[in-house]
Design a protein around this ligand. Sequence first.
Ligand code: COI
Length: 363
Amino acid sequence: MTSAGTRTFPFTPTAHPTPAARRAELLVEPGFGQVFTDHTATATWTAGRGWHDEAVRASEPLVLHPAAAVLHYAQEIFEGLKAYRQPDGSVALFRPELNAARFAHSARRLSLPELPVDAFLEAVRGVVRADEAWVPEAPASLYLRPFTVATEAFLGVRPADEARFCVVACPAGPLFAGRDAGLTLWISAELSRAAPGGTGDAKCGGNYAAGLAAQTLARTHGCDQALFLDAAEHRWLEESGTMNVLLVTADGDLVTPPLGTILDGVTRRSVLELAAGHGLRAVERPVSVEELTAGCADGSITEVFAAGTAAVISPIIAFRSTAGGFTVGSGAPGPHTLALREELLDIQFGRVADPRGWRVSVD
Ligand code: COI
């Protein structure tokens, strides 16, 4: 449909842009996912025509028939990535090709039409260029949410013959505002997020809907988020509601559960690739709750943190479960967690060199 660098999402500016003074007010403390920019990228897919009507234009409500397949059978996928204001005023994305590839993977799993990687990148770039004035200064960023929903109106269960792709954008502060001292996770022993052969490795709304009951339970136990275990044995760590989980051991391993039923997180992958520079060996292997509990008690696990685009790197300082609670290390964010977080943010915000080519200009 498109080749790199071509303008396949023609831009029509909104007739009603947010006044600059109002935008400046909104950018002061945008929160996370509450304030939206003026423009949206969009494309329509039908079984007969494939992708068409690509555009970047004024953000407006989606009009859906009440029988649209997404509303009944949750045929939906999404992505999350950020645009970062650079010291020279330009704007860069972080490894967006990984989001594009994962989006295609999710589309295959949910029987939705696959958007070519180049089109995904062009749509994202198009929105950022259209709403460049909405990209905040560090430490905030512009969060981008590409998604595809099945729009065909019918009530039989089959892959829909019509779908809509959109990218919306919102200036974003921290996902866990005021929780810099560290998060406490509720170990969800009964409620699972994903099972082998299910959709755990796809980024689809259903996975997040399935996690909400555990998140509510976590909150009732005074925790910030749930930590999901495997569905078969309720024993092996998987991921937290919106992020991957990593542990640092006293003998220098950076350990994280293997892929399969969890999301192949861009931040997870980047942190594993940065590990060696921090004197850590990256290890992907199963970790049991027993190992986590015993390791935090005897000091063989020194740090735990969560990784995600929205969460960045968030220290985890304690766990609770029906069996009780325990603290990680001294109960404060650990040095490797903080150093990895700083390096990641320095790369994303253009404060250090980028030998791996992770920053991608929007121009
Ligand atoms: C992201 O980190 O981009 C996510 O998708 C998490 C989100 C559900 C808040």
